[in-house]
Structures are given as C-alpha cells and as structure tokens.
Design a binder for this molecule. Structure first.
Ligand code: BES
Ligand code: MN
Ligand code: ZN
Length: 494
C-alpha cells in the first residue's frame, strides 16, 4: 500500500475516489470544492435525518475532482469510538477502491484539529489492506501493488503528520507480520523456525539475541519447555531478545510470550473440531517478537526483554503422560494432570528467565485458556495480575489502539483447586470452574518475587472467523499495538 500525504486544499486534489468521514460531534474535513461540498452536505443531512445509515456513495461527472465520492458517518454513541471508526472506514474505502478498481484514493482529515486521526488512517489502511493469500492461486494484489492512498492533511501539521505516518505505518506493518506468522501452518512455523526468524529480526533492528536449544534448556533447568516439547520431532527453543536503551534504565520490562507452534493437546488429545486453530497457539510469542521488532527501531528509553517460549505439543511415544511430575526452574514440582494445559508449563520457564534478566515488570501474553473465550468472547482479552499500576497501564495502552482488555480477579481461595497429593501443584484446577482465573493463579506461583506482573490471556482475539472492523478473517496480531504503546510511554509522567 502506497501512502502519500498532501497538504493542498481539496480543490487541488485529484483522485479516483474521494473519502470523507463525518463525525457527529466534530468536523474533520475542509472542502473548498463546491460540487463536493454539496454532496457532503446532502450526506450529512441524510445521516442526521436517518434516511441514510452509515454510508453515502455518489459517482461524480467528468471534470470533477474525483470519479466517485464516499462519505461515512460516525455517530456520537458510547459504543462508537471515532478512532476505531476512522480505521474501519479507511479499510472499507480501500476495499471499495479495490472492487471498482479506483487506483487513487484521497481521504480528507484536513480540519485544523484532525491531526491525531492521521495515524489512525494509516493504521486502517495498512491493516485493512492485509490479506493472507500466499497459498491461493487466485490473488488480488490491487491494493498492495496498484492502489495509492493520499491522506489530505491540514498544512499546519506537516512535521507531526510525517512523524505520525512513520510511527503508525511501522507499528501496523509489524502487526501484519505477526498475523502472517500466526496464519502460517504449524508445519512451517516450528520452534526452530520462530527462533531463526527472531535471530534475523534481532540483526535487522539491532536487538541482542540469545537462543536456547534443548541442550541449552537442559543445562539451565528449563524443564517446562522440555517436557511439553518431548513428544514432538520439532524440539523446543527459548528465545531472549533485548532492547537496551542508551541511557541507564531503572526499570526493565520483560514480555513473555507463549509460543506453542501447534497444540494438539498432547496425550490429553483435543477433539478434532477446530483443532487446526491451534496453529495460532503461538500468537503470544508472535506479539512479543513483533513488539520487539517495532521497538528495536523506535528505541524507547526503557529496557525491554522479549522472551519467547516455543514448543510443539504433540502426542507420541516420547510425549509426557498425565501423571508425570517434574520440577520447574523455581524449585516447585508440578504434576501434569492434563497435557493440554501446556501453556502454563512453558511459561514457568519464561517467567523464571524474566527474573534472571532482572525484570522489574513482567507482562506475559498467551493464548492460554478456552475459559477466557467463553467468558469474554472474541473481541476482548482477559488481564490478571499482581500490580494495579501495571494492569491499568496495559488496559490504557490497549484503549489507545482498539485492543480491549477486561480484568479478572485472582481469587486466592481458588488456589485450593490446584493442590495434588503428589506434587507442589497440579497443572489443572479441580472442578473445572473459572479456568482463566485458575490458570492465572498457577502462573502467579512462578512469578519472580518483587516483580510487578500482568498476565494477558488472548485466546479470544487470537483469530477472528469472519472479517471484523478493519481486519480480514484470521489472525489479528493482537497485543502488538498494546505492548508497543506500553513500552513507548513507560517513562511518561502522568
Ligand atoms: N491453547 C489452549 C487454549 C485455547 C483454547 C486457545 C481455544 C485458543 C482457543 C490451551 O493450551 C488449552 O488447551 N487450555 C485448556 C486448559 C485445560 C486443559 C485446563 C483449555 O482451555 O481447555
Ligand atoms: Mn493446550
Ligand atoms: Zn495451548
């Protein structure tokens, strides 16, 4: 997607498709072309009088500034967020352009106070133009190869418009790369593949990197990854990426991602229905990897460690059995009651490593439980943790970019359910209630002392089965935008 900025008045802009967003509360555009202004006025009264719902489309006569005009309506309702709407409308306009073969699209956000929207338009365009079609014979590459989007901005905002464009295009490109990796089948994205990719990325954007293969894991006592991975020919890896800022940073954030490249359940095999979706069980690790790639270039003033816990959970003659017991890195023994509760096992190693790296703040991100999907559905991720400030920061960072998190409580008394006569902890909770919470309680046992901790359960928003907002069906790359924002403004004063 080719994106250009223009600071010219509309009367000097020429495009195949012109796009205007009307917000009920604020004026976002300035139109000095009377023919276009008349159409926009007609659209506006249609929306207000409710004779039009959300969209106004008109083809324009020869000699007009554009061949067609589309006007979108963003009503002031609590459930409607202008920033999200602008992204959705941008994506929708680009799909319209693709279907009608309008090669040049001009979108107007040129009112004096519409500057912040420019970044959202860029995001809507980059995320909206994404498609995972590499395995299809029939591809439509119009948006990628031929379309050009011109964002018309107010002339006073030239400098910050460029900065916004750069930031949002870079973050969005990384979200798309995370989507690619999550959409790829498990036969392609193995633990070794993820590690190799992480190594390339580290080189590309200047991050420190360390990769542990099974021998390295064994030498350091990272038993969770080894146990989960022992039934797969694709052996586990731990990847550690470091962004070290120029100035000394008092705080160190560790981002720990669950990277199960395929989760069959293991010997506690999952039912076949929808099992294919478990190729996305590395969405947490993908989010961490592309957050690290993003900030490698952005270079925020806080130290950030990315830890990917990569393994494949398959049943075979060497796989873990229900009833097996092992000792995690922090000394606690775990009975593997159910081999399908594998995410929490590999995360014990990631959390331990975060402690060894000196993390003051730990955020883990994982497609951890089906229970969180039942509780919150596909649009909202769960968040649990021990530090109010960190939880609130993550929620706020998510709100800034259209990623929703809802806090679930760590109910202490449910710890009872994780007891077993055979080990310090059972890996599933008796009774099967509140599965997202008991998974959080299990992880809490492995959080290094003194570190502030938040756990993001993104099992719901990992995939979408239909197109949603500006996303096509499939992986969302959920979490990248939130984690980048968190790192970016970590040292920002309130
Ligand atoms: N990867 C799954 C969780 C999951 C389910 C992610 C649906 C995305 C969509 C996880 O490893 C798992 O299997 N969890 C079990 C835990 C249970 C055995 C305690 C679950 O949720 O059923
Ligand atoms: Mn599982
Ligand atoms: Zn899993």
């Amino acid at each position: 997607m080719n994106i250009k900025l223009s600071f010219s008045p509309v009367s000097q802009v020429q495009a195949d498709l012109m796009v205007v967003v009307l917000d009920e509360a604020r004026v976002l555009h300035v139109v000095d072309d009377p023919a276009i202004a008349a159409h926009v006025e007609r659209a506006a009264s249609g929306f207000r009088e409710k004779t039009l719902k959300r969209e106004y489309f008109a083809t324009l006569p020869d000699g007009a500034r554009a061949r067609a005009l589309v006007v979108y309506w963003s009503p002031s309702l609590k459930s409607w967020n202008l920033w999200e709407n602008v992204k959705t409308f941008t994506a929708r306009a680009l799909r319209l352009a693709r279907d009608y073969r309008y090669a040049s699209v001009a979108l107007l956000v040129n009112a004096a106070d519409a500057a912040p929207l420019l970044g959202k338009v860029v995001e809507g365009a980059v995320l909206g133009a994404y498609t995972f079609d590499r395995y299809k014979q029939e591809k439509d590459e119009f948006l990628q190869k031929e379309a050009q989007l011109t964002i018309v901005c107010h002339p006073d905002h030239q400098a910050d418009a460029e900065a916004r464009r750069g930031r949002y295009a870079w973050v969005s490109e990384n979200v798309n790369q995370a989507r690619d990796l999550i959409n790829e089948p498990g036969a392609v994205v193995t633990p070794a593949f993820l590690a190799e990719r992480a190594g390339e990325i580290a080189k590309e954007v200047g991050l420190e990197v360390e990769i542990l293969d099974p021998a390295g894991l064994k030498a350091r006592g990272y038993a969770g990854l080894l146990r989960v991975g022992q039934g797969s020919p694709n052996a586990p890896r731990m990847v550690i990426l470091r962004h070290v800022p120029r100035q000394e940073s008092a705080e160190t954030i560790a981002l720990v991602g669950k990277g199960i490249t395929f989760d069959s359940g293991g010997i506690s095999l999952k039912p076949g229905d929808h099992m294919w979706e478990m190729k996305g069980d590395m969405a947490g690790a993908a989010a961490v990897l592309f957050t690290m790639r993003t900030i490698g270039r952005m270079a925020p003033d806080v130290k950030v460690i990315g830890i990917l816990c990569c393994a494949e959970n398959l049943p075979d003659a060497n796989a873990q059995r229900p009833g097996d017991i092992f000792t995690a890195k922090n000394g606690k023994s775990i009975m593997v009651d159910n081999t399908d509760a594998e995410g929490r096992l590999v995360l014990t190693d990631g959390l331990a490593r975060a402690g060894e790296e000196g993390a003051t703040h730990i955020v883990d991100i994982a497609t951890l439980t089906g229970a969180v999907v039942r509780a919150l559905g596909p649009s909202v991720a769960g968040i649990l943790g021990t530090d109010r400030g960190l939880i609130e920061r993550v929620i706020r960072s998510g709100e800034n970019h259209g990623e929703a998190f809802w806090e679930l409580p760590l109910v202490d008394e449910y710890c009872e359910a994780l007891k077993t006569p055979y080990a310090d902890l059972n890996n599933i909770a008796a009774g099967g209630l509140a599965g997202a919470i008991t998974a959080g309680l299990f992880l809490r046992e492995f959080v290094p002392e003194k570190a502030a901790w938040a756990h993001l359960d993104i099992a719901g928003p990992m995939f979408r089965d239909k197109d949603w907002k500006y996303y096509e069906a499939g992986a969302l790359g959920f979490g990248v935008k939130t984690l980048v924002d968190l790192c970016e403004r970590f040292h920002e004063k309130e």
